[in-house]
Design a protein around this ligand. Structure first.
Ligand SMILES: [Zn+2]
Ligand SMILES: [Zn+2]
Length: 793
């Protein structure tokens, strides 16, 4: 998805300091050198390709009017594959012009065949609206592009179904409206030539698994009408995009990954905030107010300067140099802390200079946002601290420097943020400031994981029975299921149908399986793990949003600080019986972190590797967990204020886990004393969870873990890592498939952390149910060494 209107900073008469000079001054500021790596991403000249011979003259002319003289090589390659009838995924960087690659074959086909149609899917309405503007601007006769979403007035819907040949929508609309109403759409579906799936890397985990079946349902309806559309997918750069796109569509997909678009040069520095002197670390952090038996738990003890403080100082320094800088911070409150600290530092130096820094956040009105952008473009404002609101909002590019406070979770987001730096002909600076988190630590010490070939893959698991069964129910309503459909819906389809029959939802007849009820099944693509909980503002009765049942205990317990579109609320009450949480708007200067206690039993083993003293397993498990308390931590410093008890019921989860076992003898000979085994395994578990997002696009909050010196089901020292969603989401499976690379990275992250006994950057977890006790940093390294020495690579 390319921005339709991009605001670029005009070249200023004063080019300012070069990125190298600027970085030199920033890193000379403190005592040690916080920079772990500098990568010079060179400017790249684009490689143009000729227009495909099949592209009609009027289409080339339309693109030329929009400033496209010729396609880049990757665009032409993907377009040619698609025009020849192959399913293709284009996985290249931000602003590499992915839209031309699907617009070209799609629009050429619409021009060649006056009856053909195209369906375009975006993950959000805003993206579909952007794309509509881009297609409409080409002013092609007879295409009549139109958005069809929840906001489309009833009166226009029929016109779109009948006359539009380029319909832009989202997977939710396809699922809730278009597929159930297939009879009304038969004319459109019968003539469907292309399905474009934009930003397809966003379809991951349980949501991605649902979307995979929505696309299979679409293919099934098209087949009933005799159509077999070509799928063209666009993805951010990721590991193994062909496999991910193949799982998403159920079709063989060819990947085009070589980016041939031009880009400006960027000096990219990786920055690790320094360790605090050991005496001041005690002053900077207050031990947790003990509750629930964690009296002498070490808890999270901050040993590094916080990324927020470090980012604020960097922002102040770049602004003092007259450099236009954008700082990305993960939360709105964090953005405000960064802006406020930078302002204060600047005012101390030169009174009034602080006015040139502001915070930018979601929740502003469009005009307010525009005003801030204008001020930054014109140089009235030099520094802006922002949440990721900009990522999908108005596009602001061409800045001199970008500061990224904490790894934003995926390489796609990282490059999206870094891509705001650099204007044509001028070099820019980007700095990633590591938070105290194992993944951030690993990345600043392993630049190849950022700048080398991507390993992080988009994972989804269409075979998840908790997704498959409801999706088959939806499919059965649309048309009775037949045995020919079993192959389409893949592994587990027959079992899921049998269960739906046993539950009385389907009836088997000679002609197939029929839906038995009057109502359609209620299936929410984005909801998972039980009925969603509504978040309601008490004072106004306004529904702010919903949170899936599985996460509600973590996110919406009484006292939780809940962020909604960048606005902060505090939960007054979680009413599980009514499925709602009452909240009020408030911005305390702390964040909350819930903790749970967990029990786990193995249900079945799907696959395993027998590696002598080490075993590696993938299988189904039952997890019982209870959220028992939450911590309040100061946003600015990370300091723990207190831990408060909670009284919530236990939850049961059947899911997929990866686990490894070690023989007690192998641990003993590696020098792990038996008293240290629990702490060594526990520390390895925390860090392994923290590093899994390196291999798969997940959040550490999507994953749970458990470690024990002897587990009743394995009868050995064991570390479990499981998907936090019913039926699994593909994360544990990816971990199993990349076990040695994943655990190697985990081992290195722990070993390379400069702390002495373990810290949040290596083995401590903000989510630990045991107050980060016991933990053994040296023991964890030994445990992982034993595993890696025995496991085949
Ligand atoms: Zn550490
Ligand atoms: Zn723990």
């Amino acid at each position: 998805m390319e921005p339709s209107s991009v605001t670029t900073v005009s070249a200023s008469p004063d080019p300012g300091p070069s990125p190298t000079d600027l970085l030199g001054r920033l890193r000379a500021r403190g005592a040690g050198d916080p920079v772990t790596h500098v990568e010079r991403v060179p400017a790249r000249a684009g490689i143009p390709a000729p227009w495909p011979t099949w592209a009609p003259t009027e289409l080339r002319a339309a693109f030329a009017r929009r400033g496209v003289v010729a396609p880049w090589k990757h665009q032409a390659e993907a377009a040619n594959l698609a025009y020849d009838g192959g399913h293709v995924v284009l996985a290249t960087g931000t602003a590499s012009g992915k839209s031309l690659a699907y617009q070209l074959p799609a629009l050429a086909t619409l021009s060649a065949d006056p009856r053909a149609t195209v369906l375009y899917l975006a993950p959000t309405k805003a993206l579909a609206a952007d794309q509509l503007r881009a297609v409409a601007a080409l002013e092609l006769d007879g295409v009549r592009p139109a958005c069809y979403d929840g906001d489309t007035p009833r009166a226009e819907r029929e016109w779109i179904r009948r006359h539009s040949r380029f319909v832009l929508t989202n997977p939710d609309m396809l699922h809730h409206s278009i597929l159930p109403g297939h009879a009304q759409w038969s004319g459109f579906l019968r003539r469907l030539a292309y399905v474009v799936v934009d930003e397809c890397h966003t379809y991951r985990g349980v949501f991605g698994s649902h979307v995979a079946h929505v696309l299979r349902r679409l293919r099934r309806q098209c087949a009933r009408f005799g159509a077999s559309p070509v799928f063209v997918l666009a993805s951010a750069t990721s590991g193994d995009p062909a496999t991910a796109a193949g799982r998403l569509t159920g079709l063989p997909v060819t990947a085009v990954t070589e980016d041939a678009s031009p880009r400006g040069g960027v000096t990219f520095a990786l920055w690790e905030p320094p360790l605090l002197p050991s005496d001041s670390s005690a002053a900077a952090s207050v031990p947790a107010q003990a509750t629930g038996g964690h009296d002498d738990a070490p808890d999270l003890v901050q040993v590094r300067r916080s990324a927020l403080r470090e980012t604020a100082d960097l922002l102040a320094d770049t602004v003092a140099e007259g450099v236009r800088t954008l700082a990305f911070v993960r939360s709105r409150k964090g953005a405000e802390v960064v802006a406020a600290n930078a302002r204060r530092a600047l005012d101390d130096a030169v009174p009034g200079l602080g006015d040139r820094v502001a915070a930018y956040r979601g929740g502003y009105l469009r005009e307010e946002r525009r005003e801030l952008e204008r001020a930054l473009l014109h140089g009235d404002l030099l520094g802006l601290a922002s949440t990721n609101a900009l990522e999908l909002g108005v596009d602001l590019i061409g800045l001199d420097a970008v500061l990224i406070c904490g790894y934003p979770g995926t390489r796609a987001s990282l490059w999206q943020q870094a891509g705001r730096a650099g204007r044509s002909g001028q070099e820019a600076l980007a700095v990633l400031v590591a938070r105290d988190d194992p993944l951030d630590t690993y990345l600043v010490h392993h630049p190849e994981a950022i700048f080398g070939a991507p390993v992080e893959a988009t994972v989804l698991d269409p075979a998840n029975p908790y997704v498959l069964a409801p999706q088959l129910a939806c499919a059965a309503v649309e048309a009775p299921l037949t045995s020919a459909d079993l192959a389409l819906f893949g592994d587990g389809a027959k079992e899921a149908i049998d269960e739906l029959v046993a539950a009385g939802a389907l009836r088997q007849r000679p002609t197939g399986w029929y839906w038995r009820h009057r109502e359609r099944p209620e299936v929410d693509l984005r909801g998972e793990g039980g009925a969603p909980v509504c978040v309601v503002e008490s004072a106004t009765g306004r529904l702010l949003g919903t949170v899936d049942g599985g996460s509600s205990h973590f996110l919406l317990h009484a006292g939780a600080v809940y962020l909604h579109q960048g606005v902060s609320y505090v939960v007054d009450e979680l009413d599980l019986a009514d499925g709602c949480a009452l909240v009020h708007a408030e911005e305390p200067d702390w964040s909350t972190h819930a903790r749970d206690v967990t029990d786990l039993s193995v249900v079945s083993v799907r696959s395993y590797v027998d590696a002598g003293p080490v075993g590696m397993f993938l299988g189904e498990v039952d997890v019982t967990s209870q959220v028992v308390s939450y911590q309040r931590r100061r946003i600015a410093t990370g300091e723990v204020i207190d831990t408060r008890p909670l009284d919530l019921p236990t939850r049961e989860l059947r899911t997929v886990a990866v686990w490894f076992t070690l023989s007690p003898q192998s641990l003993a000979s590696a020098g792990v004393q038996s008293a240290d085994v629990p702490g060594a395994l526990h520390a390895a578990e925390h860090s392994a969870i923290g590093l899994l997002p390196l291999m798969a696009t997940c959040d550490r909050w999507d994953i749970g873990g458990l470690s024990t010196a002897v587990h009743p089901d394995t009868e050995a020292p064991t570390v479990f890592v499981y998907d936090g969603h019913p039926g699994g989401a593909g994360f544990a499976e990816r971990a199993y498939g990349t076990a040695s690379a994943w655990l190697r990275a985990t081992r290195d992250a722990i070993a390379e952390c400069g702390c002495e006994t373990g810290c949040p950057s290596c083995v401590q977890s903000p989510k630990c149910g045991n107050g980060n006790n016991p933990l053994s940093k040296p023991g964890a390294i030994r445990v992982l060494d034993v595993v890696l020495a025995n496991l085949p690579a």
